[in-house]
Design a protein around this ligand. Structure first.
Ligand code: NDP
Ligand code: 8X3
Length: 248
């Protein structure tokens, strides 16, 4: 039987690549994002197995309406990929723009909680799965990542605790925690500065959106008795630095 996935942030990067790999494997995919033109272009590529929805993760009432109004068999969601997200610029928090940081919190956490809550009755009925796009930034602190890292730590812990609440329902929950993936993520983080984004990923072989999409596809295709709780991935050329020590 054809399965249906609901992917947030399907207009770019990891979400778009995941939509493509799932449709190519026979899934039906609901793809959500704010950019209608991107959704139309993706729909033109993927055909009738793709159902585009224009939506903003910060508009909780609209997310609930979207779930209530999913048409026909599109309401039978087997997999929720909580992928939409962004990071504010990497300024030290004491110098950072508060609005940009609050915006990241609303985007990465509030809507995700509301959307997950709205889809859970269906996911429970269908013994489905939730895959959350967290990050290494939720486990390892780095300068300029205070709020972004905190949103991802929230997401990891939300998923782990949700597993406890869903015990016995058959619903699986996985936190995928990548390091550097070359997408539009850094372009967005740097306010559209393409040179800065290119410089970050230069000469270090970052992971690709397709790498992460293949991982999501693998997790989503595992047999129902198996739950991957957390999965951390990095490019080989990204590793760990030591503690910073300030001396007067
Ligand atoms: P992209 O910037 O390429 O994609 C982000 C997606 O999120 C877009 O489709 C965008 O759609 C959507 N999005 C952003 N804000 C909103 C909003 N308010 N409402 C609806 N959709 C929104 O980045 P990635 O593909 O890299 O990021 C996907 C996820 O992976 C994010 O949660 C990110 O934190 C996480 N991640 C990324 C890593 C990386 O190095 N790239 C590493 C670890 C985790 P639109 O603008 O059309 O609304
Ligand atoms: C983004 C991954 O390593 O750029 O979530 O912080 S990293």
């Amino acid at each position: 039987m054809t399965k249906t996935a609901f992917i947030t942030g399907a207009t770019s990067g990891i979400g778009e690549a995941t939509a493509r790999i799932l449709v190519n494997d026979g899934w039906n995919v609901i793809g959500m994002g704010r950019r209608k033109d991107r959704l139309i272009a993706l729909g033109n590529d993927l055909g009738g197995a793709f159902h585009p929805i224009v939506g903003d993760m910060r508009d909780i009432d609209d997310l609930q309406r979207i779930v209530r109004q999913l048409p026909g068999s599109w309401a039978e969601v087997d997999l929720l990929v909580n992928n939409a997200g962004l990071a504010p610029p990497m300024d030290d928090f004491q110098d950072a723009d508060l609005e940009a940081n609050l915006n990241a919190m609303h985007t990465n956490m509030d809507g995700l909680v509301a959307l997950t809550r709205a889809l859970l009755p269906t996911l429970k009925e269908r013994r489905g799965a939730i895959i959350n796009l967290s990050s290494v930034a939720g486990s390892y602190p780095y300068r300029g990542g205070a709020v972004y890292g905190a949103t991802k730590a929230f997401l990891t812990q939300f998923g782990l605790s949700l597993r406890s609440d869903l015990s016995g329902t058959g619903v699986r929950v996985t936190s995928i925690e990548p390091g550097m993936v070359e997408t539009e993520f850094t372009l967005v983080r740097n306010g559209g500065d393409k040179a800065a984004s290119d410089a970050l990923y230069a000469d270090m072989d970052p992971m690709t959106a397709e790498d992460i999409a293949a991982t999501i596809h693998w997790v989503a295709s595992l047999p129902p008795h198996l739950n991957i709780n957390r999965l951390e991935l990095m490019p080989t050329n990204q590793s760990f630095a030591g503690f910073a020590v300030h001396r007067d």
